[in-house]
Design a protein around this ligand. Structure first.
Ligand code: FDA
Length: 458
């Protein structure tokens, strides 16, 4: 909603044009915002309160796959959909673990985390970044070797934007079976949704690592009786065949009552279409489109370490009933599995062992206008405050890729350690300190900054 427009939008086709943009920006004192897929939750890649230019890397989107070594170089202007499509065009058994929305950009996503439907088995995107190309504040083009391990550590979860302009990542691809199984099943309050969601919390992070059962909670009008109810949508990917999946579900989560008819066997790339909400016979080419529906939204996040009791869940239902049908939701994304194999400090993304699931609070709306926005944003803030007793504490942790300026922000144009600590420890826990040291070393003049960038020590 910012009234401020960029003074210029640079869309480089070559690295030298990024170097030139950095040089000109320094000469003229204009701040740079870097945009890859433009999905930043607070729009920090394309709005600013101080005069700014956008470097939009959308034209740097080449992807080269090395099937022999199971690696790929992907430029940061590519989208996840383009990456998935390109991998699948070369192999039926190679894949990559990243988010479900195909229009999300590689630049922001892979420098901040990257959770997806295979994360319990294969971790998040940044766990698989093995090299990178970054242009620093002095215009130097650096790779892993020349940037050093400290900076390479920082850009795997600490966000690229505080440290330079990322041009490409080298990623390790993962090996998957040719046939996977998906299911989407819904249970309403009348079908024991409260008990099922409660039970899910005891199962979701401990079940077979090849299975990820994600939960979406919404309020909607039931087609059975037209009455408003709460729907618990169980959305799952199993890295294997349907018969094995049914056996696991029967053993660990029989209460859901999953049957063969609920399940569909398909390839990984078909599952990418499925989870992005496309009908089954849609051409895979749709994954390469950049445009998505324009709506307004607000998101926030939390981590849960102890199951939420049933009375706590019932309080959530009341919040969902307040909002318009289907426009507000809570996503419960299970952790555990491979996510626990890394220590909290291995990379800046610290959300490892001890987390059962992440909550994503989300509301979207279509009508512009401050009053409408205020109503929905306030809803998320009230709900967030209601959830305090049920989620992580000291710090109340949050996922960096679901950026939320309510948890704290820097002063305009003036970044200070103390103020940044308010939000920094929530996203990164103690890794925040190391990120500050890296920033002090590589960009002491704080050239790359925004409302939630890592501050250098003065
Ligand atoms: P954008 O271009 O807005 O950049 C985001 C941030 O990264 C900005 O601060 C920007 O300056 C910086 N940046 C971008 N490119 C850079 C570059 N080349 N060099 C340096 N800095 C750069 N997450 C998840 O883990 N799993 C999921 O399933 C989803 N799904 C999802 C769906 C939808 C509809 C949205 C809007 C978002 C998600 N996300 C998500 C969150 C997503 O991972 C997060 O918003 C990413 O930062 C988006 O990256 P983009 O490049 O698209 O954003």
């Amino acid at each position: 909603m910012s009234p401020m427009k960029p003074l210029v939008i640079v869309t480089p086709f070559h690295e030298s044009q990024i170097q030139a943009a950095i040089y000109c920006s320094k000469e003229s004192g204009i701040q740079i915002r870097v945009r890859s897929g433009g999905h930043d939750y607070e729009g920090l890649s394309y709005v600013s309160e101080i005069p700014f230019a956008i470097v939009d890397v959308r034209n740097l989107r080449s992807i080269s796959i090395d099937t022999k070594n199971k690696t790929a170089w992907v430029e940061t202007g590519a989208t996840l959909g383009q990456l998935y499509y390109t991998i699948a065009s070369k192999s039926r058994t190679l894949a990559f673990t990243a988010g479900v929305c195909p229009t999300v950009g590689v630049g922001g996503h892979m420098s901040g985390g990257g959770y997806g439907m295979m994360s319990r088995r294969h971790g998040i995107s940044v766990d698989h970044v093995i090299d990178a190309k970054l242009i620093d504040v002095n215009g130097r083009i650096l790779d892993r070797k020349s940037m050093g391990e400290d900076l390479f550590w920082a850009i795997r979860g600490g966000g690229g934007t505080s440290f330079g302009i990322l041009v490409a990542f080298k990623i390790q691809l993962i090996v998957i079976p040719e046939t996977l199984t998906v299911f989407n099943v819904t249970r309403t309050l009348e079908q024991n949704a409260t008990q099922l969601v409660h039970r899910w919390q005891y199962v979701a992070d401990k079940i077979d690592d090849n299975l990820l059962v994600r939960l979406f909670l919404r309020s909607f009008n039931s087609s059975r009786n037209g009455k408003r109810t709460i729907g618990a949508f169980f959305s799952s990917l199993y890295l294997g065949r349907v018969d094995d999946l049914l056996q696991i579900m029967q053993e660990k989560f029989p209460e859901l009552g999953l049957v063969k008819e609920d399940c569909i066997e398909m390839t990984w790339i078909e599952s990418a279409l499925f989870f992005a909400g496309f009908p089954r016979n849609t051409s895979l080419q749709v994954l390469t489109r950049r445009v998505s529906v324009v709506t307004y939204f607000k998101g926030k996040s939390d981590y849960v370490k102890e199951p939420i009791p049933q009375h706590g869940l019932k309080g959530i239902w009341k919040f969902l009933e307040e909002e318009d049908e289907n426009l507000a939701e809570l996503q419960f994304s299970p952790y555990g599995g491979r996510l626990n194999d890394y220590s909290e400090s291995e990379i800046p993304f610290p959300h490892r062992e001890g987390n059962i699931f992440m909550i994503h609070y989300f509301v979207n709306w279509y009508k512009p206008g401050n009053k409408e926005s205020e109503r929905h944003v306030n809803w998320t803030r009230r709900l967030y405050s209601y959830m305090a007793p049920y989620v992580s504490k000291s710090p109340r942790t949050a996922y960096f890729n679901y950026r939320d300026m309510d948890i704290g922000m820097n002063n305009e144009g003036n970044t200070r350690f103390k103020q940044a600590s308010v939000w920094g420890f929530k996203y990164f826990k103690n890794n925040f300190i190391r990120l500050v040291h890296v920033k002090t070393k590589v960009d002491p003049s704080n050239f790359f900054k925004n409302e939630q960038s890592i501050p250098p020590l003065s």
